[in-house]
Write a protein that binds this ligand. Structure first.
Ligand code: NAD
Length: 327
């Protein structure tokens, strides 16, 4: 019997390759540079499954070019790279990797939060420059973290992980979400539901954990930045377009807020040039989930979803399963 044919746009990790190679005839994109759109369209034609990253767009054009395709597995929890309606329309199952990256991503949101508040990168640059004159009372004074108010926008798996960590810093936690969390979760995490306006006005740190959707695009706008405290910091480990980067650059320039730490960008891999020059911004290259263990788990999860599908089971992490009547 011929095996299903799979295209993987990355070599993945050995643990995921082992699973895939046992079941499928897999073509891996092995070159160090990202697969181009043209190569992707050419190679996905005739494949039964696609394993892709968040940098690959799965849209009507791709689907129309790959009429045998039955399943798309993105190695990411966010799936704004996938046109879900187009997949569902063409009866293509689409899966993602929820849950396995929550703590690693929450850890990194905290890494950014602490680093920007305490001006770590400015200090590091100073030390390396060889010009640090020694201790002084008012050098690199930053914002306190402990005891402050943390506003979490998007109180899902990762947002809650960020809240859990705040307890160790005796912080007050406010959160906003399209859906209010159950009381026992609020109690457990000492988190209080607040409308967006209150989040912006009262928080010393705002950490974003919403998916990229039409109503979260530019959620951090000029208007909302102006509601924030002048001493507040913005942390974004969600998706770049949730923040209006030009408005953020203006807000920093005008000292409307104190600083920002970003892992994701509006037009990746580009960054707004006005942000690059600023000392009150930390710029990370989309690495919030980048631990060896977590990235391996994500790749394995994607592989297992594809295996489940071809074994006749509903892939455990299919986000259009209900629409396809698979559940
Ligand atoms: N930087 C990274 O490497 C990285 C890593 C992991 C996840 N992410 C991003 O983080 C996002 C969140 O991941 P998650 O696993 O916590 O997802 P999740 O689905 O568990 O949580 C998202 C939460 O946002 C809420 N939400 C949706 N629309 C909203 C709105 N308009 N206003 C307020 N809340 C709204 C949802 O109700 C949900 O509770 C992902 O979609 C992804 O884009 C980024």
């Amino acid at each position: 019997m011929t095996k299903p044919r799979v295209l993987s746009t990355r070599p993945l990790f050995p643990a995921a390759r082992k699973i895939l190679d046992e079941h499928f005839d897999v073509e891996y994109w092995m070159k160090p540079e990202r697969i181009s759109r043209a190569e992707l369209l050419e190679r996905v034609a005739g494949k039964d499954a696609l394993i892709c990253l968040l940098t690959e767009k799965v849209d009507e054009e791709l689907l129309a070019n790959a009429l045998k395709l039955r399943i798309v597995a993105t190695v990411s929890v966010g799936y704004d790279n996938i046109d879900v309606a187009a997949c569902t329309h063409r009866k293509v199952v689409a899966t993602h990797t929820p849950g396995v990256l929550d703590d690693t991503t929450a850890d990194f949101a905290w890494t950014l939060l602490m680093a920007v508040a305490r001006r770590l990168l400015e200090g590091d640059a100073w030390m390396r420059s060889g010009t640090w004159p020694g201790w002084d009372l008012d050098q690199l004074v930053g914002g306190d973290v402990w005891g402050k108010t943390l506003g979490i926008v998007g109180f899902g798996r990762i947002g809650r992980g960020v809240a859990r960590r705040a307890q160790g810093f005796q912080m007050r936690v406010l959160y906003n979400d399209a859906v209010r969390a159950p009381t026992e979760i609020e109690d457990q995490l000492h988190a209080e539901f607040a409308d967006r306006d209150r989040i912006f006005r009262e928080s010393d740190f705002i950490s974003l954990h919403v998916p990229l959707l039409p109503d979260t695009r530019h959620l951090i706008s000029k208007k909302n930045l102006e509601r924030m405290k002048r001493t507040a910091f913005l942390i974004n480990t969600s998706r770049g377009p949730v923040v209006d980067e030009a408005a953020l650059a203006d807000a920093l320039e005008n000292k409307t807020i104190a600083g920002a730490a970003l892992d994701v960008y509006e037009h990746e891999p580009k960054v707004h040039p006005a942000l690059v020059a600023r000392k009150d911004v930390i710029l990370a290259p989309h690495i919030a989930s980048a631990s060896v263990d977590t990235r391996t788990k994500m790749a394995v999860m994607a592989a297992n979803n594809v295996v489940a599908f071809f074994e006749g089971r509903c892939p455990p992490n299919a986000f259009n399963a209900a629409a396809l009547g698979l559940e």
